[in-house]
Design a protein around this ligand. Structure first.
Ligand code: UDX
Length: 441
């Protein structure tokens, strides 16, 4: 495997992991970010966010001298491959993706791209972006090539997903430039390809669409089972048994059929919205209009959780009730609170004058920044102290494995609402708790 010189522009959840993983594959990597604090943290081996295995990987790769981080974009000069990994969040004024970070990063990068180099986009973008960037690059550096290589990593498994991807998608231009780009990336990704990761070559527009199509499908799966949960609630049925039963059909599959509070995070919600916005621009909005329903099923779950909480209080008003919220991260094994269903529910309860105390094993600092008006506690016991109801809103292992007997002496009233279908209802009811869950009796 040839060692290559690589730059990674944007060192957030995606770029920082990508940079460390590429260094661990033997490449010489410089990571660039405009945020000096982030760069300083990464350069000293401290990830600015929690991601399983990243700190260890930085600890292994930084001393080798093959990995460095800087705010100085001129450091990318001479790289064979430039990865663009900046965020494309939802715009404040519409559903569309905000491409301002991407455009700024690209424009800063272009003057330093050498003839023959590849500019490889990993960010999730509206279809057509790669062609536009390719035209911009060609005007300055006609001998360089833009490739789109979407990233499918899941937070919490990002290192694993980057080093052992379930597929590598290469969106390349036609002709010799495309063939040459594939050869270079085959060499760069030689280790995962040798391990058996399928590598798919396609045009750039298809590669861009693969990413949003994949996330739209996952979001649809989650909202489908949550729609079934709504029906189970009115019919007195159990959505977890339903999911187990339909999931045994291999064509359906059990994964991503966990009903509950629904999806959040930095990807699924904004990706389906950006997809709708882009489809509208292309006059193809009917093709993805179902995503509007997927989105609204998803957000309905949050309000339903508030109703369940009111219901479990046995007539006591929500205003002034002490509510312990277990979980602030959008999912376990992450400190990310972007569009977190858990934090959203906590805020909704607080806005209705409940006394909300939130705890989370990893996400407290981010949650405090995002929702400073809420009260926070370091431990479950502290959060649940004197609680009128306990809400499980992120299914961290330590919450799934909570001993219902242990909390009995802590709370004021043993009432639990399971927003993630993460607890064993029988165990909690046997211990004397009133148990309620989304999509279950
Ligand atoms: C997602 C995609 O999985 C990944 O491939 C893509 O690259 C980025 O977006 P991520 O945002 O890290 O990854 O989280 P994911 O594990 O997909 O979970 C997304 C949300 O869906 C979480 O809030 C999670 O709690 C929720 N979810 C997931 C469910 O509500 N039910 C499920 O069955 C699965």
């Amino acid at each position: 495997m040839g060692q290559m010189k690589i730059s990674v522009i944007g060192c957030g959840y995606l770029g920082a992991v990508h940079a460390a993983c590429m260094a661990s594959l033997g490449h010489e990597v410089v990571g660039v970010d405009v945020d000096a604090a982030k760069v300083a943290a990464l350069a000293s081996g401290r990830p600015p966010f929690y991601e399983t295995g990243l700190e260890e990987l930085l600890g292994q790769t930084l001393p080798s001298g093959r990995l460095s981080f800087t705010t100085d974009v001129t450091a990318v000069a001479g790289a064979d491959v430039h990865f663009v990994c900046v965020g494309t969040p939802q715009r404040a004024d519409s559903y569309a993706a905000d491409l301002s970070y991407l455009d700024a990063a690209f424009r800063a990068l272009v003057p330093h791209v050498a003839p023959g180099a590849l500019v490889v986009g990993k960010s999730t973008v509206p279809v057509g972006t790669a062609e536009r960037l390719a035209d911009e690059l060609a005007a300055v550096q006609p001998d360089a090539t833009v490739v789109w290589n979407p990233e499918f990593l899941r937070e919490g498994y990002a290192v694993q997903d980057t080093l052992h991807p379930d597929r590598l998608v290469l969106g390349v231009p036609g002709g010799d430039a495309g063939e040459r780009a594939v050869k270079i990336l085959d060499d760069l990704y030689a280790a995962p390809i040798a391990e058996g990761s399928p590598r798919l070559v396609m045009d750039r527009a298809t590669a861009e669409l693969v990413k949003v199509a994949a996330n739209s499908f996952l979001a649809t799966k989650i909202s489908f089972i949550n729609a079934m949960a709504e029906l189970c609630e009115v019919a007195g049925a159990d959505v977890t048994s339903l999911a187990d039963a339909i999931g045994l059909d291999e064509r359906i599959g059990r994964r991503f059929l966990n009903a509950g509070l629904g999806f959040g995070g930095g990807c699924l919600p904004k990706d389906i919205r950006a997809f709708m916005a882009r489809a509208e621009e292309l006059h193809a909005d009917p093709a993805v209009s179902f995503l509007r329903e997927i989105d609204s099923i998803n957000t309905r779950r949050r309000e339903r959780m508030v109703h369940l909480t009111v219901g479990v209080l046995d007539g006591r008003p929500l205003a002034g009730a002490r509510i312990a919220v277990l979980g602030a991260a959008f999912k376990p094994e992450s400190d990310d609170v972007r569009d977190s269903p858990a934090l959203d529910v906590a805020v909704r309860l607080h806005e209705r004058s409940a006394h909300v105390v939130v705890t989370d094993p990893r996400a407290l600092a981010n949650a405090r920044r995002k929702a400073p008006s809420l009260q926070y506690a370091e431990t479950v016991e502290e959060a649940a102290d004197g609680a009128d109801a306990v809400l499980v809103l992120t299914e961290w292992r330590q919450y799934r494995e909570l001993d219902p007997h242990r909390l009995l002496g802590v709370v004021a009233h043993p009432r639990v609402v399971d927003g993630r279908n993460a607890l064993d209802p029988a165990a909690w009811r046997d211990a004397g708790w009133t148990y309620r869950a989304l999509g279950r009796r």
